[in-house]
Design a protein around this ligand. Structure first.
Ligand code: PLP
Length: 239
């Protein structure tokens, strides 16, 4: 995508984000730019535009696949970006994920907790993790059930190489149900915060619904197509 268009799309997204926060009388959420399927050149261009618009910011990018992220990071060696894994993590990729990412947003089972902590190198800061919640109880989706959040949070807190930061969800895109899903996430998040000091991140909202998510208390929104343009139709769109 042309650099001017990336710059304009970013400016517009930040503007919408600020307006949504002002309307909801909430702090402006963090933006995570979802760069899956887009090349390292586009990531570099967006990062440069972002630093131009928000001096001092550390641009944050979300990727769904460990392998794709590894390749882009190699091409972008030296760029000071923050990397978040937002796709489903297979246990046999936990080691590489613990090495490549600053955040893993998709922790949804005890086995991952232990594996990520074991493989986080001692020289790096603790890995930031979010518990992914299956908020719509859809059999086909990843994420833990809401009633499993507390046990998973306790397990994360017990690991020295992990830092529990909060919750993440991908509600079903249906406008008729997602408002309720956002509200259920907000309630879970408040309960988690009450039990665990240091929990500060509620990750929800994508290109089509992020303003609504901000109204329901999102502190981090994950935005892809509104920034980078549409992805190829063959790519898995979500999760
Ligand atoms: C792809 C993806 C996004 C971004 O989706 P857009 O609709 O392009 O903004 C956000 N979160 C997750 C988990 C994704 O897989």
């Amino acid at each position: 995508m042309h650099e001017t268009r990336l710059h304009d799309a970013l400016r517009e997204t930040l503007h919408t984000l600020h307006n949504a926060a002002a309307r909801a009388q909430r702090p402006v959420p963090r933006l995570l730019a979802v760069s899956k399927t887009h090349p390292a050149t586009a990531v570099a261009a967006l990062g440069a535009a972002w630093r131009g618009l928000e001096p001092g910011v550390r641009p944050a990018f979300g990727e769904n696949y460990v392998q794709e992220a590894a390749q882009k990071q190699a091409e972008l060696a030296g760029a000071d970006f923050e990397w978040h894994l937002i796709g489903h993590l297979q246990s046999n990729k936990a080691r590489e994920a613990a090495r490549l990412f600053d955040w893993v947003q998709t922790v949804d089972r005890p086995r991952l907790v232990e594996a990520l902590s074991r493989h986080r190198v001692a020289a790096a800061p603790p890995l930031n993790v979010l518990v992914q919640v299956n908020i719509d109880d859809e059999a086909s989706k990843h994420g833990c059930m809401p009633d499993a959040v507390e046990a998973l949070a306790d397990a994360i807190r017990a690991q020295p190489r992990l830092r529990l930061r909060g919750l993440m969800a991908i509600p079903a895109p249906d406008p008729a149900t997602r408002g309720r899903a956002f509200q259920r996430m907000q309630a879970l998040f408040s309960a988690l915060q009450a039990r665990h000091p240091g929990v500060d991140t509620l990750s929800m909202g994508m290109s089509d619904d992020f303003a609504e998510a901000v109204g329901a208390g999102a502190t981090l929104v994950r935005i892809g197509s509104a920034l980078f343009g549409a992805r190829p139709a063959s790519s898995p769109p979500r999760g």
